[in-house]
Design a protein around this ligand. Structure first.
Ligand SMILES: [Zn+2]
Length: 261
């Protein structure tokens, strides 16, 4: 049995090291991913790790895809494509806690929470990465005006479709690996997609947005042009990672309530 545990630890450490080596994760991101991986392995074994791996690898590949075209977004967003611990926790934290819960209670509800939170995170990432390649700028659901590509709370047809595929992708893999029924498949895909929509709504109405004091650009970070920016909308602590975390959590809880109700 201990050889099995050792196998998991080495596998997870190897993946985190490789992700750090290729700058997909920062050092803190690698450490957080190692912890998330261990919790998932404890509760859901290789199947859980595979679902998480599919999310992580597909998202990282899409982030790197046409990176040149997306470089201008780095100037606008709080963080670049190298994920740090907060991003790992925002996207994988709920999945890790749910997986640990499965270890103690072996409940289908916790398994659903695991799958839905990852389907939501995946939908959101696919939507942002593929949506930001759209030729037409997205529109804000706030005032329906066209806004700069990559703005939180903005939607495009291309991004929304990509997000739908992202949720279905995780739902399909989860259903296959955990031998679930079609009912569970629709719950994971549906609430994963809902998670992305919640992310957009919170992003549009409550996420912090800033204006640069030097160049006047609208940005989503606290420093631009070497100066501290001025907050012009939203709640100061509510930035991208918090929005991701909250929307995955709401989607998972909603999924559980509807499933058991
Ligand atoms: Zn500036």
């Amino acid at each position: 049995m201990w050889t099995n545990d050792l196998f998991y630890i080495i596998l997870i450490a190897f993946i985190c090291f490789a992700a750090w080596h290729f700058a997909l994760l920062s050092l803190s991101g690698g450490a957080a991913a190692f912890a998330v991986g261990l919790l998932i392995a404890v509760g859901l074994g290789i199947q859980g790790l595979t679902v998480m791996g599919c999310f992580f690898i597909s998202s990282s590949l899409l982030s790197s895809y046409k990176k040149m075209k997306k470089d201008h977004l780095e100037d606008f967003h709080e963080k670049g494509s190298t994920r740090d611990w907060a991003q790992v926790a925002a996207n994988g934290g709920i999945a890790a806690v749910a997986a640990l819960g499965v270890y103690f209670w072996d409940s289908v509800l916790l398994l659903l929470a695991f799958c839905i939170s990852l389907a939501g995170a995946n939908a959101d990432t696919w939507a942002s990465e593929l949506g930001s390649l759209s030729k037409r700028p997205p529109f804000s659901i706030n005032d329906l005006k066209r806004v700069k590509t990559g703005t939180s709370g903005a939607v495009s047809l291309q991004g929304t479709i990509a997000g739908g595929f992202g949720a279905v992708f995780i739902a399909g893999i989860s259903t296959y690996l955990f031998q679930l029924e079609s009912r569970e498949f629709f719950y994971i895909a549906g609430f994963g997609f809902a998670g992305m929509c919640i992310d957009t709504i919170i992003g549009a109405f409550w996420q912090a947005g800033y204006s640069c004091r030097n160049c006047g650009k609208y940005v989503e970070k606290t420093v631009h042009c070497g100066l501290e920016t001025t907050r012009i909308k939203g709640i100061s602590w509510l930035r991208n990672d918090a929005v991701n975390f909250i929307s995955c959590l709401i989607a998972a809880i909603m999924g559980i309530i509807f499933y058991s109700g």
